[in-house]
Write a protein that binds this ligand. Structure first.
Ligand code: GRF
Length: 204
């Protein structure tokens, strides 16, 4: 069975969506472990409720990335649980060297905009403030530079005249909960190939 690891800092709705898609039989993968840098992350509670191994691993002294020794502990924990694909799901830290040494090309992320537009934080608010008519979400491979790796899947969400940051984010998340499990399914079934910056999906 293909084993994934989920890293989450917050409420874990994407984790829940992955679990739902496993329970329905759509996804034939196992979540080996859920790790958080935030001891109060609701994602950890979701993991406990579903009897999925979960760990809080201290991030160390920096705010935006993990201290080198701590990053090593994340990687050791993922390896210990046999994780083959690392899924970032609202993990609020930049991934650094220890991760890339161990899992290069095997780390994916979900971002709440149509990349390359609106990289970084609160991308739904950036889209609203900019005035675009359409935004959405992107599942992509993770590279050193933030929100730049090859794009696996995207979904489009129209921006409505009466949208608030909250309502727009909510509709984007509904799409996230569809395309993130689908991307994991395609990777677990070996249907995804990277060709330069392009990701080719081979359904055969
Ligand atoms: C999502 O909007 C995702 O795009 C971003 O962080 C948020 C995580 O949400 N990377 P949740 O914790 O999965 O509900």
């Amino acid at each position: 069975m293909f084993i994934i690891g989920v890293l989450a800092s917050g409420k874990g709705s994407n984790l829940q969506a992955i679990i739902n898609h496993i329970n329905s039989g759509f996804l034939n993968v196992k979540i080996g472990v859920v790790i958080s840098d935030n001891p109060d992350a609701y994602a950890l509670k979701i993991a406990r409720d579903w009897h999925i191994p979960s760990e809080y691993i201290e991030p160390g002294k920096y705010k935006t990335f993990l201290e080198k020794n701590q990053e090593k502990k994340y990687v050791e924990c993922l390896k210990k649980h046999g994780v083959e694909l690392v899924c970032l799901a609202g993990f609020m830290r930049v991934i650094k060297k220890e991760f890339f040494n161990a899992y290069r090309g095997k780390i994916i992320n979900i971002h709440p905009s149509l990349l390359p537009s609106f990289r970084g934080l609160q991308a739904w608010k950036q889209a609203l403030d900019y005035g675009v008519r359409f935004t959405g979400c992107t599942v992509h491979f993770v590279e050193e530079e933030i929100d730049t790796g090859p794009i696996i899947l995207q979904a489009v969400v129209p921006v409505l005249d009466d949208d608030t940051p909250k309502s727009l984010h909510q509709r984007i998340q509904e799409k996230e909960h569809i395309i993130y499990p689908l991307a994991i399914k395609l990777i677990s079934e070996n249907k995804i190939f990277i060709k330069g910056r392009r990701v080719i999906i081979n359904e055969n």
